[in-house]
Design a protein around this ligand. Sequence first.
Ligand code: FES
Length: 150
Amino acid sequence: MTTSHTPWSPESARALLVEIDEPGPVLVALQTLQAAFGYVHSDSIPIVADVFNVSRAEVYGVLTFYSDLRTTPPLDVEVRICMGEACQAVGARSLRADADALIGPSCDVQNVFCLGNCALGPAAVVNDRMIGRADASTLRDAVMATGAGA
Ligand code: FES
């Protein structure tokens, strides 16, 4: 990824959490931790539960419900391929199969459902770059442009 994150530690996680003063604190807390560290470390669950006086089960439920929250450190390149109906109608399944063959181990390839770019499907995102009418070639080029190689 092009952004760098702070290495996770229980102390830095707790310091971030005690600053949060918004409604819906569990989701906001998890988003805050992910923004700071790039992911939500599993040891953050009891810290969030303690700071916001909720159960660990509630924190875990929120963490596992939202697909944008990740529990592992991000790889160099994040590739998201839309598997929504409009994109599937114009080749998303084939693109997904190609992606697995084309993209190297430094890339995290995920299925998502609608990137809001239905008119230009199949749609994909490489890190933060949207790609319309994506095919194997444009996907590989976008990964190469990140400097990570494919
Ligand atoms: S269905 Fe793929 S961008 Fe909407």
